[in-house]
Design a protein around this ligand. Structure first.
Ligand code: PMP
Length: 405
């Protein structure tokens, strides 16, 4: 019963976000989320009162900062259902997390003739790192097609997987279409073929509860800045046995056991993959962001965004000149095309009405090619959006169609 009550009450949280002025409809959360005061305060507090480096200092301030840093790792691990905090690697963002797996795991374990399965809708971050390592390792890439309504076609993928596939890497939620992957089924299909599953959780983590164990994946990546946290910090989660077997990918301080010119040995994970001084304050900001969204409840956030998507899709589908892309039940993201108007013009005219959307290829050029478009207009929602933002979007698009006749 509680769930039903929570899910029917709209969130009204815009007051938590000092960078969102009255009357501005910020609909670009899929690119990056605005920051609540709780996150900004945590960052300001760290720089103005508790700042020091971690892991190396012998003085009390550094020891305390180390405790706070490692508490954040535990909190993030708990948030995504990790078995142990050591499975959480702090990286710059999803892009770096995927590159880490490609270079470290791929560099060590991919052999000539091995295959990697991606999908048509992947972000460039989940394509190019695999191309780079495939080229080096002599491996090949296959691309799972999409269903008519823009989901990764797992039936088709099932027919394409072979025992040569060593890794499947898929977006948990598409950054363009908002389509949600059936991740458990993807995990089963990958594992039945003897492959690992990496999920790109950039757009899923801010929008739905995540439990990496329940999903059954092997690697999961996401970026802090899309989760209402700071830029420059993200997470790679990996199964402990996989991380243990992976070689370092960047060398430097903090990732070693012992360094000598006759041979260097390395620290166990997570330190093995965190060379150099980490983004200490970014990690604390991420902790505050995780606290912020869990305080709201990921189920409540999912229900809130679902309602906004439903409203937006219903209003836009009533407009003859608008082509809606992606499935009906897309998560927090609505891409569309306005007939005869370039998405950049749509974006510019909407901006004049104080509506901020994204227009472009969204770092998903293969998907654009599949859709037969150069670009799309994309509205994406966050916890601060409400019905009036959807109304502003719809009024703005009406204006676009009036201007372009
Ligand atoms: N994957 C997806 C699905 C994304 O939406 C993004 C960001 N647009 C990325 C990967 C890359 O994230 P970042 O730039 O934060 O590393």
């Amino acid at each position: 019963m509680m769930d039903a009550i929570v899910s029917t009450r709209p969130l009204d949280l815009v007051a938590d976000f000092p960078a969102i002025p009255e009357g501005w409809a910020y609909l670009d959360t899929a690119a990056t989320a605005q920051k609540p005061a709780q996150v900004i305060d945590a960052i300001a507090h760290a720089y103005s009162e508790t700042y020091a480096t971690v892991h190396r200092g012998v003085y009390q301030r550094s020891a305390e900062m180390t405790l706070a840093f490692e508490a954040a790792r535990r909190r993030v691990g708990q948030f995504i259902g990790a078995n142990a905090p050591e499975e959480v690697i702090f990286v710059r963002g999803a892009t770096e997390g995927i590159n880490l797996v490609a270079q470290s795991w791929g560099g060590a374990f991919l052999k000539p003739g091995d295959r990697i399965m991606l999908s048509v809708l992947e972000h460039h971050s989940n394509i190019v790192p695999w191309q780079l390592i495939a080229e080096r390792a002599g491996a090949e890439i296959d691309v799972a097609p999409l269903t008519e309504d823009g989901r990764i076609d797992l039936d088709a993928m099932a027919g394409m997987l072979t025992d040569r596939h060593k890794l499947v890497a898929l977006a948990h939620v598409s950054n363009v279409l908002g389509s949600v992957l059936d991740a458990r089924r993807a995990a089963k299909l990958a594992h039945d073929a003897g492959a690992l599953l990496l999920l790109d959780g950039c757009q899923a983590v801010p929008r739905m509860p995540i439990d990496v164990q329940a999903l059954g994946c092997d690697f999961y990546v996401f970026s802090g800045h899309k989760l209402y946290g700071p830029t420059g910090i993200g997470v790679l989660w990996g199964r402990a046995d996989l991380l243990d077997a992976m070689p370092p990918w960047q060398g430097g301080g903090a990732m070693i056991d012992k360094v000598s010119f006759s041979g260097t040995t390395f620290a166990p994970p997570p330190a093995r993959f965190e060379a150099g001084t980490p983004h200490v304050v970014g990690v604390l900001g991420l902790h505050a962001a995780v606290d912020y969204v869990t305080g709201i409840g990921l189920d409540a956030i999912a229900a809130h965004e679902e309602a906004l998507v439903r409203e937006a899709r219903s209003a836009l589908s009533a407009m003859n000149s608008v082509r809606l892309l992606g499935p009906e039940d897309s998560a927090g993201i609505v891409s569309f095309a306005v007939e005869g108007v370039h998405p950049h013009d749509v974006g510019t005219i909407l901006d004049e009405s104080r509506v901020a959307i994204r227009a472009g290829h969204h770092c998903a050029q293969p998907l654009m090619e599949h859709l037969g478009l150069d670009a799309t207009a994309r509205a994406s929602f966050g916890v601060y959006n409400g019905r009036k933002d959807v109304e502003a979007l719809v009024r703005g698009i009406e204006r676009v169609t009036r201007i372009f006749g």
